[in-house]
Design a binder for this molecule. Structure first.
Ligand code: ADP
Length: 536
C-alpha cells in the first residue's frame, strides 16, 4: 500500500465563511420584504455570533437549535454554529408541542434561537424544556410578546455587542475533525418516535459540492437561488450551503407560503433556481401567468413524487418542467436528480416526458441498488423489475442519533429507504411507491403513485391522494381524495371515465371523495397517514 502525498485538509463548513468574505463579499441575500444584506455582512454577523456562542459558554459539540423560517439570520446560524464546532439542530416549526418537546429533549439542545413571530408556538414548552439554557429571539416584523425572563435574549443586541471572531475558522479544524457533527435533523419516522440524522462537516461539504455538479442541479455563481423548501427540512435540500459555496445570490422567502408572495419575490429578484415540495408547486399554478418568471432556469420538486401532469403544466406555462429531486433526510437529503441526457436531445416528445417523470440519476458518489422485498436478491436493472431502493454514499446516514438498534440499514451498511423503485440500464431510478403506501387488492399490488398520476392528469384536478381502505373481500381497495380546481363541476363519474383507459380495471378507486383541501405533514407534503386514519 502506498499513501498519497496530498494535504490532509479537512472538509469543513468553516471554509464557507472565508470564501464568502474573499470572493463574494458584494453578493446579496434577500429576505422577504425589503431586507437585503451582502455576504460580507452575513459573514461579519457569523463571526460575531461565534463570539456570542463562546460568551454564552456553549460547549463544543453542543446542540444549538433553530426554530425559524427561511431568513438571513437563520443563514448566519447555518455558518456560525458548525464553523465553531457546535451542532446546528434545525427544528421543524410545524411540529406538535409533544413532538417538539420530545426532540429538543432527545437532542439535549443547549440554546434555542427562535424567530419572534414563532415564540407563541414554542415558548409554552419552555417550562418543560428546563435543559435549554438560553432562548435567543430573532427579531422580525411581528409584535409577538417577548417573555420577560432572564433566559430570553435578543439576537441583534447580542450580535451588535460582540466583537467579530478574528482568527481563521477553517484552520481551527484538525484533519480528522472533518468528521465532527455539524448538523442534526429529525425525520418524522413512520413508526415510533422521530429519529435524528447527524450530519458531519465532511458529509455536508461533499453534498454541497454535489449540488454544484453541472448537468444535475449545477448551482453556479450566476444563479439566484430561492429555497422555498424550509431551512428546517433537511437543510433546505443543501441549497443554502451550495449557494454560498458557489457564490450564488440567495432569496429567502420568510414565513409566508402564500402563492402571490412567492411568485412576486421570484419575479422581483429574477430567481433562476427555486425548490419546493409538489404541493407548493400545485398552489402556485393558478397564478403563474401574472408574473414575469423569465429569469428561471430550473425548478426543483422533491420530497414526494411530482406528477408528470404538474411538471408538464409548468413546461407549458413557464417553459420549464419541474425537475425531480429524490432524497431523504438520511441522504442529506439529495440522492438523485431528474432530467434528460444528451442522447435524449432528438428523442420523441413522449420519451422525453417519460424520462423527465423519473426521479432521475444518482448524484456523483451516491450508489443506488434494489433489493427484492421477498428474498433480498438484486433484481435486474431493466427499468421494469421492482425492489426496495437502497442507498450508500459519503453523505448517507450510517445510523441514528442515540438509537441503538434499527433495521433501517442492511448488514453491509446500506440504508433501506422504504421506497419501491425500478432502475434502468442507464441508472435512472423511478419510484413506484413507498412500501407503506402500496395498496394490496385481491393479493395484487396497486401503486398509489401511478393511480394518483392518472387522476391528476384530469385538467380539473388540483390535488389528489390515494390510500387503502380495508375491504372484507379484497383485503384493501383504493380510495381517492380529490381537490378540484376552483369552479369545477367535475363529478366522480367524470373522473372514473377519465382514469379508466389509463389504468387496469381493478385499479379504479372504489370511491372519489371530494375535499376542499388535503391534510399536509410538517414539511408540507400530503399526509397519507391522516387520510388513512379517516378512511379506516
Ligand atoms: P418524511 O418521511 O418525513 O417525509 P423525508 O422528508 O426524509 O421524510 O422523506 C423521504 C421520502 O420522501 C422518500 O423516502 C420518498 O418516499 C419521498 N420522496 C422524496 N423525494 C421524492 C421524489 N422526488 N419523488 C418521490 N418521492 C420522493
Amino acid at each position: 500500500m502506498l499513501t498519497g502525498l496530498m494535504q490532509p485538509r479537512p472538509l469543513t463548513i468553516a471554509h464557507l465563511v472565508e470564501r464568502l468574505e474573499q470572493l463574494f463579499a458584494h453578493k446579496t441575500v434577500a429576505t422577504a420584504g425589503t431586507e437585503r444584506v451582502t455576504y460580507a455582512e452575513v459573514a461579519d454577523h457569523a463571526r460575531r455570533l461565534a463570539t456570542v456562542l463562546d460568551d454564552l459558554d456553549v460547549p463544543v459539540g453542543a446542540r444549538v437549535a433553530t426554530f425559524a423560517s427561511n431568513n438571513r439570520r437563520h443563514l448566519e446560524l447555518y455558518l456560525a454554529v458548525p464553523a465553531t464546532k457546535r451542532v446546528l439542530h434545525t427544528l421543524n416549526i410545524r411540529l406538535s408541542a409533544e413532538h417538539l418537546e420530545y426532540i429538543v429533549d432527545h437532542a439535549e439542545d443547549d440554546v434555542v434561537f427562535v424567530e419572534r413571530a414563532l415564540l407563541p408556538r414554542i415558548w409554552p414548552s419552555a417550562e418543560r424544556l428546563s435543559r435549554v439554557r438560553h432562548w435567543i429571539v430573532l427579531p422580525d416584523d411581528s409584535d409577538a410578546a417577548v417573555p420577560a425572563d432572564p433566559r430570553v435574549l435578543d439576537y441583534d443586541e447580542l450580535v451588535a455587542g460582540a466583537a467579530p471572531y478574528r482568527g481563521c475558522l477553517e484552520d481551527a479544524f484538525a484533519a480528522e475533525e472533518e468528521n465532527l457533527a455539524a448538523g442534526l435533523c429529525y425525520t418524522s419516522g413512520t413508526t415510533g418516535p422521530p429519529k435524528g440524522v447527524l450530519y458531519s462537516h465532511r458529509s455536508t461539504m461533499l453534498h454541497c459540492l454535489g449540488t454544484l455538479a453541472a448537468g444535475l442541479v449545477g448551482i453556479a455563481e450566476s444563479d439566484v437561488v430561492m429555497p422555498i423548501v424550509p431551512m428546517f427540512h433537511a437543510n433546505a435540500w443543501g441549497l443554502p450551503y451550495g449557494a454560498m459555496l458557489a457564490g450564488a445570490a440567495l432569496v429567502l422567502p420568510g414565513p409566508s407560503a402564500e402563492p402571490e408572495h412567492l411568485l412576486s419575490l421570484m419575479a422581483r429578484e429574477r430567481v433562476t433556481l427555486a425548490a419546493a415540495v409538489p404541493t407548493v408547486w400545485t398552489s402556485l399554478l393558478p397564478r403563474l401567468d401574472d408574473h414575469d418568471l423569465s429569469g428561471l432556469r430550473m425548478l426543483l420538486g422533491g420530497g414526494a413524487a411530482v406528477p408528470a401532469s404538474l411538471s408538464e403544466a409548468y413546461r407549458a406555462r413557464v417553459g420549464l418542467p419541474l425537475t425531480h429531486s429524490w432524497g431523504m433526510t438520511e441522504v442529506s437529503p439529495v440522492g438523485a436528480i431528474g432530467g434528460t441526457r444528451s442522447r435524449h436531445a432528438g428523442a420523441a416528445e413522449e420519451e422525453q416526458v417519460a424520462v423527465r417523470a423519473a426521479q432521475g440519476q444518482p448524484m456523483p458518489l451516491v450508489r443506488l441498488r434494489l433489493s427484492d422485498v421477498e428474498d433480498g436478491h438484486e433484481p435486474p436493472r431493466d427499468g421494469r423489475s421492482i425492489g426496495e431502493l437502497q442507498v450508500a454514499g459519503p453523505w448517507v446516514a450510517s445510523g441514528y442519533f442515540r438509537v441503538e438498534a434499527t433495521d433501517a440499514f442492511t448488514e453491509d451498511g446500506w440504508l433501506r429507504t422504504g421506497d419501491l423503485a425500478t432502475i434502468d440500464g442507464e441508472g435512472y431510478v423511478r419510484l413506484a411507491d413507498r412500501m407503506k403506501d402500496l395498496i394490496k387488492s385481491g393479493g395484487e399490488w396497486i401503486s398509489s403513485v401511478e393511480l394518483e398520476a392518472a387522476i391528476a392528469s384530469h385538467p380539473d384536478v388540483a390535488e389528489v391522494a390515494v390510500v387503502a381502505r380495508p375491504d372484507p373481500r379484497w383485503g384493501e381497495r383504493p380510495i381517492a381524495y380529490v381537490v378540484l380546481r376552483e369552479g369545477s363541476a367535475t363529478s366522480a363519474d367524470d373522473l372514473a371515465r377519465h382514469v379508466s383507459p389509463l389504468v387496469a380495471r381493478w385499479w379504479l378507486p372504489d370511491e372519489f371523495v371530494f375535499m376542499p383541501v388535503l391534510p399536509k405533514t410538517g414539511t408540507g407534503k400530503l399526509s397519507k397517514s391522516a387520510l388513512r386514519a379517516r378512511t379506516a
